[in-house]
Design a protein around this ligand. Sequence first.
Ligand code: NI
Length: 129
Amino acid sequence: MKIHHIGYLVKDVEKAAKAAEVLGFVLCSDMVYDSDRRIRIVFMENEGYRIELVQPDRDSEIYPLMKRYKNSPYHICYDIESEEMNAAIERLSEQKFALFKAPSRAVALDGDVAFLMSPDIGMVELVKR
Ligand code: NI
């Protein structure tokens, strides 16, 4: 499966973007506020590598992850391209990936995303655009 981005959890998305610029990343999206997820989010690119910087509000369901991850990568997102979302989820579910966030609209990606957890390789996001 093709990697779409690496998701970083960050305390301050603007400071994180500045630090990523030092590492050679350039902005490739606007800084967006996703009011459903209560996160500030921006995408950056460095020679084909794309990262997503996610700053959750305190009342975001993602916020509790800050305690565990601080400023750190926390998921890899795969573009399922031609596969249907439900087919991809079903296929992964047969391989011990557990769906914990059903497909829903992601404003910043202009597509649907779902999240699964593997006991062996951690959090995985799927995007269908
Ligand atoms: Ni993501």
